[in-house]
Design a protein around this ligand. Structure first.
Ligand code: KG4
Ligand code: ZN
Length: 328
């Protein structure tokens, strides 16, 4: 079964074709088109994102079909949320119209479930149950993935997301947007032990994650110690985030007894976070860096897995959801 999948929830117009057979999902094509127009604003401008998706979507879909060597899929999937609502609606409406035109089933996909299950596209892939740490620009959540569509939130940020913290520190260091990759590049020439930033601690419950205290500590340090090199600040911040995430994953492992750990979302592309998790002694599944940031293969993966599990397709009247808990 071939699934054409569309992702348009933020500033990437992406389209992929995946093929599901014998319990595995393979990627036949995976096209991602970025939107350079946001760079001069220092962040994503929702209106610009929606317009750019509308301009790029037809060519992106055509490129994905062409690379996969198919003209008509067996099903169409599109991200239905969470995300920038105008941006989501471009891909979702296009996907529903394409499914209607081809007369094939349509599946709306939760973007976070895409990140959560993206390690299943790996070879080897984790078997259920596994823990999945989603560290994106808007969300940071550790899930226990019990089966396709069955997830339990173990802990979640109550303030900033990990990627958002990288973006804010990038702004403090005048690195511009997108922040995460620029902080990582600068950190390569810095000393991760130069500044001992305080490790965030759960305020009320072990189910809470927090990045705002660390972000404030970085800002205060930069103001009080202008002599510290930006590379040392970047490396020390990045290292603290990586050790904090490992600390929370280890807590998740100890409370569930599940030792298989996957990671997904933009900040999962970070080399230091990958290194620290890999060295943990846990059974860690890291998707390739390019499948951590937003893409449509992860959306096709979720749709194919739900259809293969016998879950029903969506009615074409279903619409976008700007907020949407995974598994609901
Ligand atoms: O998953 P994603 O592509 O989009 C969302 O769903 O939000 O994540 C984007 C986030 C941004 O905050 C970006 O700064 C961060 O992921 N990011 C990184 C790296 N690459 C992207 N953070 C740290 N290191 C990176 N190499
Ligand atoms: Zn994402």
């Amino acid at each position: 079964m071939n699934v054409l999948a569309i992702e348009s929830s933020c500033d990437e117009t992406a389209c992929a074709v995946v093929c599901a057979s014998e319990g595995r999902v393979r990627v036949l094509s995976d096209v991602v088109r970025g939107q350079a127009a946001h760079a001069r604003f220092g962040g994503v401008v929702p209106e610009i994102a929606s317009r750019a998706h509308a301009e790029q979507i037809v060519a992106t879909v055509q490129a994905a079909l062409h690379t996969a060597g198919i003209t008509r899929p067996d099903a169409v999937a599109a991200t239905a949320g969470p995300g920038l609502i105008g941006a989501v609606l471009v891909g979702l409406s296009f996907g529903k119209a394409a499914a209607l035109g081809w007369g094939v089933p349509f599946v709306g996909v939760n973007h976070l479930e895409g990140h959560l299950l993206s390690a299943l596209l790996n070879d080897p892939a984790p078997a259920f149950p596994f823990l999945s740490l989603v560290v994106s620009g808007g969300h940071t959540t550790l899930y226990a993935a019990l089966a396709v569509g069955e997830y339990r939130v173990l802990c979640e940020t109550t303030d900033d997301a990990a990627g958002e913290a990288f973006d804010k520190v990038a702004r403090m260091l005048s690195l511009g947007y997108p922040g995460g990759p620029r902080v990582e590049a600068l950190a390569r020439s810095g000393n991760p032990r130069a500044v001992a930033f305080p490790m965030p601690r759960p305020s009320r419950s072990p189910h809470d994650l927090s990045f705002s205290g660390l972000k404030t500590a970085v800002r205060t340090w930069i103001e009080r110690h202008p002599e510290t090199s930006p590379a040392d600040v970047a490396a020390s911040f990045q290292d603290t985030v990586a050790r904090y995430l490992l600390d929370r994953v280890e807590w998740g492992v100890s409370t569930t007894g599940i030792r298989r750990v996957a990671i997904g979302g933009g900040a999962a592309a970070n080399g230091r976070i990958r290194e620290v998790l890999s060295a943990s002694g846990l059974e860690v599944f890291l998707p390739p860096r390019e499948t951590c940031t937003d893409n449509a293969a992860m959306i096709g993966n979720v749709a194919a897995l739900h259809l293969a599990a016998g879950h029903p397709p969506w009615p074409l009247s279903a619409t976008a959801r700007s907020r949407w808990e995974v598994g609901t």
